[in-house]
Ligand binder design. Sequence first.
Ligand SMILES: C[C@@]1(CC(=O)O)C2=NC(=C\c3[nH]c(c(CCC(=O)O)c3CC(=O)O)Cc3[nH]c(c(CC(=O)O)c3CCC(=O)O)/C=C3\N/C(=C\2)[C@@H](CCC(=O)O)[C@]3(C)CC(=O)O)/[C@H]1CCC(=O)O
Ligand SMILES: NC(=O)c1ccc[n+]([C@@H]2O[C@H](COP(=O)([O-])OP(=O)(O)OC[C@H]3O[C@@H](n4cnc5c(N)ncnc54)[C@H](O)[C@@H]3O)[C@@H](O)[C@H]2O)c1
Length: 274
Amino acid sequence: MKDNNELSGGSLLLAWQLKGKTVLIVGGGDVASGRIESILTADASIILISPNDGLHPRTKHFLEQYPTRITYKDRIFSGEQDLANIDMVLTAVDDVEASRAICQLCRQAKIPVNVADIPPSCDFYFGSQVRDGPLQIMISTNGQSPKLANIIRRRIEKCLPEHAGEAITKVGSLRNKLKERAPGVGGEVGKRRMRWMIDVCTAWEMEDLAALDDDMIARLIDDGWEKGRVPSGAEVGVPPKGPVAATGPGNLVPIATFVFGALCSAAFFTLRRR
Ligand SMILES: C[C@@]1(CC(=O)O)C2=NC(=C\c3[nH]c(c(CCC(=O)O)c3CC(=O)O)Cc3[nH]c(c(CC(=O)O)c3CCC(=O)O)/C=C3\N/C(=C\2)[C@@H](CCC(=O)O)[C@]3(C)CC(=O)O)/[C@H]1CCC(=O)O
Ligand SMILES: NC(=O)c1ccc[n+]([C@@H]2O[C@H](COP(=O)([O-])OP(=O)(O)OC[C@H]3O[C@@H](n4cnc5c(N)ncnc54)[C@H](O)[C@@H]3O)[C@@H](O)[C@H]2O)c1
């Protein structure tokens, strides 16, 4: 836990649920095309207001690909009436005065707004995103350095565990099936369910979780949950890692690194003693 006087200067990190909501995007250029992608990913409907002659090719592609999810208006923003029944507003226009005016209207109407590149006109900032299925990581520098957020994102992408997204999807499915088998919110059964899920996630390799199919999930619940234990992957039918993986050239690299490291240490200590 941080010291009390350090508890300030950040922003609230959330996974905002937008399914069934309507987001107004003003502008159709490069930045707006990224906003469209983020909002489509979050399952919201989009109203896009932007003159056709300024549309970025990626924006045009989204309009063609998702005609029912994006309602397009080929014009500039026209005022308060454009905000009717809107749950969130994102603007990415090359006109600072128009951006500020839209922000002011949104604040009057209490609609959360992000104006790309104008922090005082943002109720929330975008961040650099890593996505792998249901895994979502946002890197935010809280407005201090978007480029560093982008660089840190690339580094994080390189060291993510393989199969993480797939493993999360399968664990989600296991949790849902378990809740059907042992229903109820809170209480003893809730505590036991949580304990068992923690034990499975801790004991199993990410790769084995990712390999689960519906039959294996059913076996895991029958032989594990019902008997109060955590079976191994092999017991529920997860295929063993093949002999190629066990003896393949990939495995020679850590062995070679270890041997090299051991030789270097030996040489270092031998030389030091002299
Ligand atoms: C993360 C990302 C997400 C996205 O937008 O999707 C994002 N900006 C990205 C890129 C980027 N933006 C800029 C550069 C040029 C280099 C540079 O200036 O550093 C680059 C780099 C590039 O283009 O490579 C210019 C810039 N950006 C802002 C200002 C205004 C200012 O700072 O006052 C200026 C003009 C400054 C000036 O005039 O000098 C402001 C914001 N930009 C934010 C988000 C929010 C804070 C996020 C955070 O702090 O973490 C915030 C506050 C509001 C918002 O827009 O939500 C996306 C990277 C995605 C990725 O690649 O992974
Ligand atoms: N946050 C970020 O990541 C980031 C990065 C680069 C640029 N920006 C900023 O975002 C803004 C947009 O950048 P861009 O590269 O997408 O610009 P762009 O010039 O490619 O696109 C601007 C779009 O806005 C439309 N437009 C202009 N006035 C409008 C109005 N009144 N109503 C509706 N649509 C209107 C144009 O037709 C065009 O489609 C700029 O202010 C830029 O400084 C933000």
